[in-house]
Design a protein around this ligand. Structure first.
Ligand SMILES: [Fe+2]
Ligand SMILES: [Fe+2]
Length: 190
């Protein structure tokens, strides 16, 4: 299946707004790939498919994950929407024939991040936050940073934004996000 066929299939599965977001993430991911020397084709595919598991309702996500024997944490049980990322890797394989492990890992880590993020993982996480349809107070500041600063500096700001947002909502901070942020800071201090 080529990327045009994947787009057509994804469009049949997602609501129009969600599909438009995926196209936005794909295009932003390609821009970021050029800026940060990441494989553009992999960035395009991971960006396009990052939310492919959103074809399921949130209430179905845990069941679909269980069917595929995916690892489910307490936080996933409390916030089942988080499962669309790891489930997305399974759907990308099953329905879109994607087996590239770098692309699948970027899909899996796009929501909460994680330790050992590759540059591809980082730009997909970032593209999801700054694609043109996104609207929140700090989005323009993050877009500006993404256009001018080094990738790890932008990632720290992205994690800060995400953690602050989650804290304000009173939700649990995912340990993977904390691990990803700490790892960048620790590596900088070495
Ligand atoms: Fe997502
Ligand atoms: Fe997304």
């Amino acid at each position: 299946m080529d990327i045009n066929e994947m787009q057509s299939l994804l469009q049949t599965k997602l609501k129009p707004q969600r599909y438009a977001h995926c196209i936005g993430v794909m295009n932003t991911a390609v821009e970021l790939a050029k800026r940060f020397n990441v494989n553009e084709k992999k960035a395009a595919l991971a960006g396009l498919l990052h939310d492919c598991a959103r074809e399921f309702e949130t209430s179905q996500l845990l069941t679909e994950a269980q069917k595929r024997h995916l690892y489910i944490t307490d936080i996933d049980r409390q916030l089942p929407i988080l499962m669309h990322a790891p489930l997305g890797t399974a759907i990308a394989k099953e329905e879109y024939g994607v087996h590239d492990t770098a692309i699948l890992k970027a899909i899996a880590s796009h929501t909460v991040g994680g330790a050992n993020m590759s540059n591809l993982d980082k730009i997909i996480y970032l593209a999801d936050m700054i694609e043109p349809h996104r609207k929140y107070d700090e989005v323009d500041k993050l877009r500006q940073l993404a256009a001018t600063k080094d990738l790890d500096t932008v990632m720290i700001s992205a994690f800060d934004q995400s953690i602050t947002f989650i804290m304000r909502k009173g939700h649990t901070i995912h340990p993977y996000t904390v691990a990803a942020r700490n790892e960048i800071l620790l590596n900088r201090e070495l």
